[in-house]
Write a protein that binds this ligand. Structure first.
Ligand code: FMN
Length: 280
């Protein structure tokens, strides 16, 4: 079985693609991945479909629009989530699992929550009254040479940079940074959260480990004003679901079993929203 940890380490946002249309066999394999059922931590269901740009009218394809952020991609995955409690976290968890499987298969992808024409893509998936379209991703083979524009986007988002371990994880309460050594068997799952993707690379996940036992509380430190950029969906709640995906599946690969529960600790760290806890 392919390593999910290796896939997390390998994944990066790809914005420049080989523009050769994918074969029917490749498309079939992608469809297989998106149709595989996945039970998500909060019990919500998302649905996904693909759109092949090489098969639709050129003018319509241009009109669908990723505002020049994505070059050459011929296939997109579009997702829809029903509006329920923690639907965006489950959506992030599910689409990231799909993205990691596509990474193992050699495909490039790029989470897109903002820079695409949401209304046009919503029409393609026939979005329903009770649904949101949280994000899309192109799928294709990365071109070795990045475009100048892609390099500028990556530079603007400091794409490879991540906050240091101490800025994200703490022990007992938010005042006390968690040393790598004190994370015990969960050092790698936490590192997999740290290197994950997030909207504009803001890395809003904060995790507090309890003093004793293998209990981890996941919080969201919302970036002020960020919600105004994409008012339709809270991209940072999607980021939390991606973090949960990385944490759970890398723990599983290491033989660490646990489960997600919603039980907010009494101490409320200031400026943070409680999301969920992992009990190992
Ligand atoms: C929820 C979410 C939404 C994103 N939206 C966009 C987007 O609209 N356009 C874009 O070019 N990149 C988008 N990104 C990609 C991030 O900018 C990227 O993940 C981050 O800079 C880290 O770089 P990396 O993915 O190469 O590790 C998004 C990422 C996430 C997780």
């Amino acid at each position: 079985m392919a390593s999910i940890i290796r896939a997390i380490e390998k994944r990066r946002s790809v914005r420049t693609y080989d523009d050769t249309p994918l074969s029917n066999e490749e498309k079939r394999r992608i469809e297989e991945v998106i149709e595989k059922p996945l039970s998500c931590p909060f019990g919500n269901k998302s649905r996904f479909c693909t759109i092949d740009m090489s098969e639709i009218d050129k003018r319509e394809a241009r009109g669908l629009g990723t505002y020049g952020f994505i070059k050459g991609a011929t296939l997109f995955i579009i997702g829809a989530a029903e509006k329920h409690h923690r639907a965006l976290e489950d959506f992030g968890y599910h689409l990231e699992k799909i993205i990691l499987e596509l990474t193992v298969m050699g495909f490039g992808t790029c989470w897109m929550g903002g820079t695409f024409n949401r209304a046009n893509f919503a029409r393609r998936i026939s979005i329903r009254e009770n649904e949101l379209l949280p994000a899309i991703t192109p799928v294709g083979y990365p071109l070795n040479r990045r475009s100048l524009r892609e390099n500028l986007i990556r530079l603007a988002a400091s794409a490879r940079k991540r906050k240091p371990w101490e800025g994200l994880f703490s022990l007992g309460d938010v005042e006390h940074p968690l040393e790598r050594e004190s994370a015990g068997r969960y050092q790698i799952p936490l590192e997999m959260v740290r290197i994950g993707p997030s909207a504009s690379n803001r890395q809003p996940w904060r995790i507090v480990k309890e003093q004793t036992g293998e209990v981890f509380h996941f919080y969201l430190r919302r970036t002020k004003g960020y919600g105004k950029i994409v008012p339709e969906v809270s991209l940072q709640n999607i980021d939390m679901g991606i973090a949960m995906c990385h944490f759970e599946f890398s723990a599983g690969e290491l033989g660490l079993n646990g489960r997600w529960i919603e039980r907010e600790p009494e101490d409320k760290p200031p400026g943070m929203e409680y999301i969920v806890s992992w009990v190992g």
